[in-house]
Design a protein around this ligand. Structure first.
Ligand SMILES: [Zn+2]
Ligand SMILES: [Zn+2]
Length: 1007
């Protein structure tokens, strides 16, 4: 043991640098803990919110090493997809896909790779600072050819299972990113937005009537193909001030005419409007066809005019209706960048937002604009760049989900979800999810291995790099490309397997969730895809947990994981969200430096993962305070052990005192309970168990056993006390190692370790064997309760703990327990004697109060007078005696009252204080005799001298000389009366007591 009393440096990492190699050597070939890390996006430094998951993951890995399992400590980096492109575009000042093409796709791709490599390294360094143990040389990265071809294989299997389909559908589309968003990317990405909505009048052909139509997306009028009405609804033909023609509007929505309405002229059923022809809204070549009013039962009477403008190229429902009514070919007005196509004349090149004034102008010129207004609604935005999404008809590739839904649900049921509501969320998601849209029209991502043949229509899907080479028109080209990304891969043509014509790859890349979802197959040895545990934020249910599950069920029919653990979000102390994209970029190393990595880790480990975690100074300070409670216990132990050098490691305890037996049993309980909590992936419970155990050690075991360490010599009792405390603290240090590796290593090195081996090479503690079988956990809880009741009595009655009292009375049926621990109770409550009593009446006096319910009925308004009479009487003893005999009671002014008008109650007799619970009655005799008073003063004096010893930084074994000068007669008397005792307690070889004047003066010096 090294001497250590300074404060611990939380900013220093005490773990040896080669620790991972040592752990691997120790556990090689043992049963595996197969952990799979969800790859972190290598696109920005790790921030505070990453810390929680990384602490938990690292801790479970380390725990499994401690219980003797082989753990690979491999971490993942997500390294391709739209999110990298967006950042690189910003960096290069590129605004859209056209500018990327001009810049050069090859250069752009290399910039993306450069960026992810940079952040992979940056995040690795940050993780090391955060004491995350990693085999960093073997990290996996999702842009590797290995990862890409593993996904190719998956897609090939999908194609073989006829799950792959090409389809037109309406997709949420980000005009800035130029790509669609999949269903799972859309959840949660809504915010309140205000747009221009417009009421437009459609001129009915050959009639003096107009039908009113409403839209919140004016740009889609360019793609209008029909107007839909509900055949069941009633529509009104209205005379208005602003137009000589009648306006047709749904009867529930006449209010939209505002004060323009003159009167309703006629009412018609929607069915009567169906089939009428109207003139197109906008004068465009594309609009030169017959426009008709069509029936649609989905039209509602809530918003707008009850007549809906239909643009199948711009909305999912419109697309469905258009398909049903055979309106093809649909008008698709805007391209990938959200700008109108060239053949849209005066709209060409304008964005869906910029075109609005022109559209309104054309409507006005054509006398079809009624009015436009601001409209606020929840509207989806792109989660990457925050641009409002539009809806576009897109040709793309989907993986059909209906056929596999049952298998996914079945596989999800085999998984242990923690917390278990995540299982329900996954079930819900799997029940509701639509097809998985996997194609993205972008540059730097998974190149989809799809080669549709234009000649014969066959879709060729490539399974591997080998197959690509084998089927390439020019195989040497395959050998020359630096990696499988665009644009290099696009240059490779293959031969169609059906008609043998040359075929090119589609230029689409894949959804980035394919990249992370394949990790169980691309990063683990064959057959070891099933992780014992994955752990991420619970939002990953519909993201990574989902994509993994999906891909695994397609490939193997089984779930890719046995246990899925989720955690919530970190919010700041005010409950607001920390964000990595917002202004509050809090880099993890900055926070780790501020508080110390272990403090931060302990704060994360303490949080209940089912709830959002608040984070701020007070949370970190609290974690530190709890860690330092262990430090204080350690300092207590080492302070005495430095002197005695007890050989606890080779000690066999005999004749343990009951309080020692209790501590050993508590230690054993702690070892088993923490192991169970770790095994159930409930680290916050490990923390709670630890904090409670340290509290029991510091505030009970050490407090009640202090003297056993002070006393001179080395007897069995003292060795037992050392051994028990050592074993308890040693267990805590090992149990805490996964959470606070540096702190634990320091304590281990200094005190609890065996030789040079670091604590990560220790075995998880196992219960200690002792002879006593009687369980003392409950009895000691009872003793603690009695002590706490006694201390409360003292506090309530303002009797200082240093003041000895003569007697403590206890009434209880747990007499054996009180006897077994009487010395401890006596010392803790500072009483001379404990007496067990069977009756607590003698400490009380009985008195009567009025039973208001009964007395009120008889005495009516005189009941208050009776109450006063009872309160002021000097004859209470007589009344009580009469009450107890059941006799009538005569009170001044009230004769012969029956006992049932009263209630008998008890109050402590003078000189006693009493507290009563279900289990026990505790009574203190509060009479302070002169002797007791002097003894109390002597105790205060001892405390003052001890404080002075500490102020002078004296060693606990230093002998001293004491001089006391006092003008206080009681202090003088107390010091004289208890001099030998005082000297023993403070290790004085000499003590002078001088009567003086004024304040007490205490001087001490080394003897
Ligand atoms: Zn976007
Ligand atoms: Zn072909």
């Amino acid at each position: 043991m090294k001497k250590e009393t300074s404060v611990f440096d939380f900013n220093h990492n005490y773990e040896p640098a080669d620790i991972l190699a040592k752990i691997k050597a120790k556990n090689q070939g043992k049963p595996k803990f197969n952990f799979l890390d969800g790859p972190v996006t290598a696109n920005a430094p790790l921030c505070l919110h990453h810390g929680w998951g990384r602490t938990l993951k690292d801790a479970y890995n380390r725990y499994n090493s401690l219980i003797g399992k082989e753990v690979d400590y491999v971490w993942g980096f997500d390294a391709q997809g739209m999110w990298v492109e967006v950042e690189v575009e910003k960096l290069l000042g590129l605004n859209n896909k056209k500018e990327i093409t001009q810049y050069g796709v090859d250069k752009f791709t290399e910039k993306c790779i450069e960026r992810v490599n940079f952040f992979k390294n940056r995040q690795t360094e940050q993780s090391k600072l955060f004491e995350q143990l990693g085999d960093w040389e073997h990290s996996y990265i999702t842009n590797s050819d290995q990862n890409i071809t593993s996904i190719w294989h998956f897609l090939k299997v999908c194609n073989d299972k006829k799950m792959l389909k090409q389809s037109y559908k309406t997709m949420p589309w980000c005009p800035r990113c130029g790509t669609s968003l999949s269903e799972h990317e859309m959840s949660g990405s809504y915010k309140e937005r205000t747009h221009k909505a417009v009421f437009v009048k459609a001129k009915l052909v050959g009639r003096e009537e107009r039908i009113l139509v409403w839209t919140t997306t004016p740009w889609t009028l360019a793609a209008n193909m029909a107007i839909a009405v509900n055949p069941e609804f009633t529509y009104c033909k209205c005379q208005v001030k602003s137009d000589k023609n009648l306006l047709i509007v749904n009867e529930k929505q006449v209010k939209v005419l505002r004060d323009d309405l003159v009167k309703i002229v006629e009412k018609v059923k929607g069915s009567e409007l169906v089939g009428l022809e109207y003139e197109p809204f906008l004068p465009l070549q594309k609009q030169q066809f017959e426009h008709k009013i069509v029936p649609w039962d989905q039209v509602d009477e809530v918003d707008g005019s009850g007549a809906v403008h239909i643009a199948p190229g711009c909305g999912a429902e419109d697309f469905a209706l258009g398909t049903k009514l055979n309106m093809q070919p649909f008008i698709i007005p805007v391209g990938e960048n959200g700008a109108f196509y060239e053949d849209f004349e005066w709209l060409a090149g304008l964005s869906t937002v910029d075109c609005e004034p022109l559209v309104f102008q054309h409507l006005a010129d054509n006398h079809t604009l009624y009015y436009h207004h601001d409209y606020t609604h929840n509207y989806p935005f792109c989660w990457r760049c925050k641009t409002d999404v539009i809806f576009r008809l897109v040709a793309g590739y989907d993986i059909a989900t209906d056929g596999i839904r049952k298998d996914l649900l079945k596989a999800a049921d085999t998984v242990n979800w923690t917390p278990d509501f995540m299982g329900k969320s996954m079930r819900q998601w799997l029940t509701d999810m639509g097809d998985w849209n996997i194609s993205r029209r972008r540059f730097y991502g998974l190149p989809l291995p799809f080669y549709p043949c234009e000649k014969c229509g066959h879709l060729n899907v490539i399974d591997s790099r080998e197959e690509l080479r084998a089927r390439a028109l020019n195989p040497s080209k395959v050998d020359k490309i630096p990696h499988l990304h665009r644009p290099y891969i696009d240059e490779i043509q293959i031969t169609c397997e059906k008609c043998h014509e040359p075929v090119s790859r589609i230029t689409d890349v894949g959804d980035c969730w394919l990249d992370a979802g394949i990790a169980p197959f691309s990063t683990k040895p064959k057959g070891q895809f099933k992780a014992d545990m994955v752990l991420e934020m619970k939002e990953q249910i519909r993201l990574w947990f989902y994509s993994q599950l999906f891909m695994s069920v397609v490939l193997t029919g089984e779930a890719p994981y046995k246990n899925v653990v989720g955690h919530s979000t970190i919010v700041d102390e005010d409950g607001k969200k920390f964000s990595k994209t917002g202004p509050r970029k809090i880099y993890i190393e900055d926070v780790a430096k501020q508080y110390g990595a272990d403090v931060l880790r302990y704060a994360f480990a303490s949080a209940n993962p089912t709830l959002d975690m608040r984070f701020g100074d007070s949370i970190a300070e609290d974690a530190k305070r709890r860690l330092l409670a262990l430090w204080n216990a350690y300092v207590f132990y080492t302070t005495y052990a430095m002197v005695d050098q007890p050989d606890v490691k080779n000690y066999q305890p005999e004749n343990l005192a009951p309080i020692d037996t209790w501590l050993v049993q508590l230690t054993n309980q702690y070892i088993l309970a923490t192991r169970e909590a770790y095994d159930q992936f409930k680290i916050h419970q490990v923390v709670k168990l630890t904090d409670d155990f340290i509290e029991d050690i510091s505030n009970f075991y050490i407090r009640v056993n202090r003297r056993r360490y002070w006393k001179n010599g080395e007897d069995q009792d003292k060795m037992n006390a050392y051994w028990c405390l050592f074993q308890a603290l040693r267990s805590i240090v090992i149990v805490l190692t996964p959470l606070v590796p540096s702190y634990a290593q320091y304590l281990w090195e200094n005190c609890f370790g065996e030789g040079e081996a670091p604590v990560m090479l220790a075995n998880y503690p196992v219960p200690l064997k002792i002879k006593t079988k009687t369980n003392l956990l409950e009895p000691v809880n009872f003793v603690k309760q009695v002590i706490s009741l006694g201390l409360s009595l003292r506090a309530e009655n303002q009797i200082a703990i240093k003041q000895p009292l003569s007697k403590l009375y206890i009434k209880t049926n747990q007499i054996d327990t009180i006897k077994m621990f009487s010395a401890i109770i006596q010392e803790q409550l500072n009483v001379k004697q404990i007496e067990i009593v069977t009756d607590d009446e003698k400490f009380n006096v009985a008195y009567l109060t009025v039973n208001f319910k009964k007395a009120g009925a008889i005495l009516k308004n005189r009941v208050q007078a009776l109450k006063n009479a009872l309160q002021n009487t000097e004859h209470m003893t007589e009344y009580v005696a009469a009450f107890e005999k059941g006799e009538k009671i005569n009170i001044d002014g009230f004769d012969a009252l029956t006992p049932d008008l009263f209630e008998r109650k008890l109050a402590p007799r003078s000189g006693f204080v009493i507290t009563v619970t279900d289990d026990v009655t505790v009574v203190l005799d509060t009479t302070i005799t002169d002797d007791l008073m002097l003894e109390g003063i002597a105790r205060e004096l001892i405390r003052s001298i001890q404080l002075e010893r500490m102020n002078q930084k004296m060693d606990i074994t230093d002998r001293i000389v004491v001089e006391l000068k006092t003008g206080d007669a009681k202090m003088y008397a107390a010091a004289c009366a208890h001099q030998p005792h005082i000297m023993r307690e403070v290790l004085a070889t000499e003590m002078q007591i001088v009567e003086g004047k004024g304040e007490n003066e205490i001087h001490i010096r080394l003897a």
